[in-house]
Design a protein. Structure first.
Length: 239
């Protein structure tokens, strides 16, 4: 009889898990890098067990929350570097549109560990003889528009294949003798990720037969206990 967890997953079931992950992100349960990693893993999953692994620490269900009552429009949150540097990285919350202005200075926005409470990250980046750098997880979709005059605007991100419902980062760039750059994990200093990081976890699971590995570890544990028990018996007899 087939193990229920080994039943093959359908496209609809994968999309349902992706939606559950998106809702969890808006609720503040996942950072942008966690959302991106788990979304990537969901589209790669082949069985129900693999999908369940991605949502085991999230509330059951996954239905979108009821629409909230209208709130006053929030002002854009600005990060400004004038002849100096401004950096925002680590754990922080994004619940409004962002703005970055670099005038003969640098602004760095690292979105990877941010809690994104909106459906899309919207950033206006202005660079005048300076640099605006935006770091995102590889796998997100970056929509970059705007203009560059004697400057540069570019994307260096490993994006997901077309058709995947991945997080979106939209950047409106205006560079005058300066640069606006969006780059991913592969071009940035990597995050220090623990064992629970889903991209590494997923690769470990798929790189080995993890069920066989678990059985092997249990067998080795029993064998070690048997040997230790024999040594204690030998000591008790005065050997």
């Amino acid at each position: 009889m087939t193990d229920p967890g080994e039943v093959r997953a359908s496209d609809a079931e994968r999309e349902a898990v992706v939606e559950q992950l998106r809702v969890a992100s808006v609720e503040g349960r996942l950072t942008l890098v966690e959302l991106t990693d788990r979304t990537e893993a969901a589209y790669s999953a082949t069985t129900h067990a693999e999908l369940a692994l991605l949502t085991q620490d999230l509330p059951a269900g996954g239905a979108a929350p009821a629409p909230a009552s209208p709130r006053p429009e929030r002002k854009r949150r600005w990060f400004v570097g004038v002849m100096g540097d401004t950096k925002r990285r680590g754990s922080w919350r994004i619940d409004q549109e962002l703005g970055a202005v670099a005038v003969m200075g640098d602004v760095l926005l690292d979105l990877r560990e941010a809690e994104v409470r909106t459906d899309m990250v919207d950033i206006t980046a202005v660079s005048v003889m300076g640099d605006v750098k935006i770091i995102v997880p590889d796998g997100v979709h970056v929509d970059l528009d705007g203009m560059a005059i004697m400057g540069d605007k570019k994307i260096d991100v490993l994006e997901a294949p077309p058709g995947m419902n991945v997080p979106v980062v939209r950047v409106h760039a205006y560079a005058v003798m300066g640069d606006v750059k969006v780059f991913g994990d592969s071009r940035a200093k990597p995050l220090r990720r623990g064992f629970a990081a889903w991209r590494e976890h997923w690769r470990q699971l798929h790189g080995d037969d993890w069920r066989e590995l678990g059985r092997q570890l249990r067998h080795e544990g029993r064998e070690l206990r048997r040997q230790l028990g024999g040594e204690r018996d030998g000591l008790g007899r005065g050997y």
